[in-house]
Design a protein around this ligand. Sequence first.
Ligand code: ADP
Length: 489
Amino acid sequence: MFETLRSKILGSLVVASVVSIAVSTLSVNYLFLDDEREAIAQRLNLVAIMTHTTLHKLMEQYHQPASEEFILNIARQQPLRNVRVIGADGVITVSSDPGDVDKIFSEPNILLPDSSFANYLRVKNGKSVITSISPFYRTQECASCHAGSEKVLGYINVDIAADEIESGIDKAQRWIVASSLFVAIIFIGTAFGVHFRFVKRRTRQLAVGISQLAEGNFSYRIESKQRDELAVLASQINRLGDQLNHMKQELEKSHQSELERAERMASVGELAASIAHEIRNPVAGISSAMQVLSSELPPGDERAVIFDEIVHQTQRVNRAVNDLLSYARPSTPELSVGSINEPFLRALVLMEAQQHAAKVEIVRQIEPNLPPVLLDADQMKQVFVNLVMNALQAMHNGGILTLRTYTEGEDVIVEVADNGPGIPENVIHDIFKPFFTTKHQGTGLGLSICRSIIESHCGRMEVKSIKGEGATFRITLPIHRLEEEKVLV
Ligand code: ADP
């Protein structure tokens, strides 16, 4: 129900207004209107007492018949309503209302001979009336007209209109409620206006701004002429837009240059591959011809050293050409299920000679029962030869090469770690790029070929290195599950 900010604010204001109106009405009623009611009643009582006193004096001096005219006149004055003279037997003898005369007074219970003055508030014909009674005691002057010895000769009754008590209070209460309502309406109306002008419209502007950013329109700007918190938020969103815009432009620029570089590399690669193809056969021919010639030399011939050097150099050319070809035209892996340990150990056998030459100690931490993976054993062997070769080359003054295979979750991990000089931070992000090399005789293709082979096996290849402490290459390959095979079949 109270989900929107507006309903929450306005709901709270309405509740607060209702509570404050109720509290103020009740407190004014109890603290002020009760006193007011009391004061009016006292004033009316005073009028009653004064009327009684005057009538008593008149009756004593001029007796009942002479007082009649006065009674009729005084009863017309506000707030008097009725003035009556009642006999000791309760029969009305004089009344401002001629219809009452000779009737029994309707409230005989309050004719109390012992009390000098009694009054009470009652509702008569829907109107509030204060009825007051005072007994008329026998005096010496009374003896001329009233024989006998009874103490009370009669009573004087004065009715006073007491509407003023209730109508005044009602009016005051109505005013309090009306003015409180008025204040509440002004209050809520202002809150509505403030919410619309300063919150709703502007939060909508902020929402539009954010959704524009989300849609990629980073040039969109939120207009704000104010200087309040929402304006600060708007300017922060605009700043975010600026930054995103800047980043987008940078990204586009780098994407563009990457694209251009990739295109250049692709055409260079194609060209290199076709040249390499042309070179490979003649180089192989030269190499075997030199081997034949070398074998025909008499023992101890000095030219044997030159021939060997030619063979060595042609083999280097051959390796570079092969690297170039496998980079430019990578072959699709022929996958079969097997353990990664097998090509890993085969690669080590191949590298044994170089390992001894480089005086490198090899530590093997091979998990014998590795779960199987899908692999092209020859391509994998090529990867490991490359990594081990790089590590041996890095540790040309000797060192320790640690080779690990183990399982981690749903993957098989292969690690080749050396304790050579490590890879400098400024080049570590470049080593997988084709043609990047720091070696005099390197092609810079080894790691980029390794990575593409690993990726074609749905794996990952990462490197970690600390300068001066060595480098660790880590290959992650997904374990092959038998259920997957069934699905493949
Ligand atoms: P190449 O061996 O022909 O230089 P690679 O792609 O195999 O090409 O290697 C790229 C570069 O990565 C190397 O030139 C070398 O700077 C760096 N590198 C690779 N392996 C290691 C390692 N184990 N220790 C230090 N640097 C390494």
